[in-house]
Design a protein around this ligand. Structure first.
Ligand code: 6PG
Length: 242
């Protein structure tokens, strides 16, 4: 596991953007699942600096790891956040963008998107394979939209499931553990002091750490990286080496 700590949210974004630029340069196609949240938003702003990052966006195919069940123009929409902070700034072909349709009935959309991923992504052992899955982590240890109170969704046999936000009750469509752990690479972008205790618990494998969905991200053969700012890493002691 690769843990990188940078001073600020912005330096997390600039380092990860530079990493992505390199990764994409070497590829014919790059199938990447995006996350919502405040850190990805800063990354998207960074990637929008097309004078700085020379990315052939024609090779990039975008998906989402989760979406709120709201219309695409809703302020809550992860897709809208991505349009506002990235998609309207970079020359990515419309046909390369595969959003989760939050306006659809959730269970119908979970099925539709799961089938789309089977169709659009290369397959590895019968499961769609992303080149990269970008994940955030909530203060409760959720990732994508798999929350601790519904941690059983992680082990679903389906590519996508319908989740429920524990406080708001908002329905979400999320990819599941079988896809995340079948990816070639997974990168957590986690910043802010509010995440520090969960980061320590998960990376330090403290007692009960596997109650947090973010702890279940263990790519079978892919690479796992954590990109942290100093605040999110502030509780890290020496990590148990595997
Ligand atoms: C979402 C995200 C979610 C997010 C975490 C962290 O739809 O909200 O997919 O999993 O990554 O809540 O969000 P922050 O980075 O804003 O703390």
């Amino acid at each position: 596991m690769n843990v990188r700590v940078y001073e600020t949210k912005n330096s997390v974004a600039t380092h990860f953007a530079a990493f992505l630029e390199e990764e994409i340069r070497g590829r014919e196609e790059y199938h990447m699942a995006l996350s919502g949240g405040s850190t990805p938003r800063i990354l998207f702003e960074e990637l929008s600096k097309t004078d700085r990052y020379k990315i052939d966006w024609g090779k990039v195919y975008l998906y989402w790891g989760d979406e709120r069940c709201v219309p695409p123009n809703d302020e809550e929409s992860n897709y809208k956040m991505t349009v506002d902070h990235l998609l309207r700034n970079v020359p990515i072909p419309e046909e390369n963008i595969h959003r989760i349709m939050g306006e659809n009935e959730p269970s119908v959309e979970a099925l539709r998107y799961g089938i789309l991923l089977e169709r659009e992504l290369p397959s590895g052992s019968g499961i769609p394979v992303f080149d990269m899955v970008i994940l955030g982590m909530g203060e409760d240890g959720h990732t994508a939209s798999i929350f601790p109170h519904e941690i059983h969704l992680w082990d679903s046999e389906q590519n996508c499931e319908v989740a429920t936000h524990p406080e708001s009750g908002q329905k979400r469509v999320t990819i599941t553990g079988r896809l995340i752990n079948n990816s070639k690479e997974v990168a957590f972008l986690v910043t802010g002091a509010g995440k520090a205790d969960k980061v320590q618990s998960i990376l330090g494998k403290s007692q009960g750490y596997r109650q947090y969905p973010a702890a279940l991200v263990e790519p079978v053969s892919g690479k796992l990286s954590w990109y942290l700012d100093a605040e999110a890493a502030s509780a890290l002691q020496s990590l148990n080496s595997d």
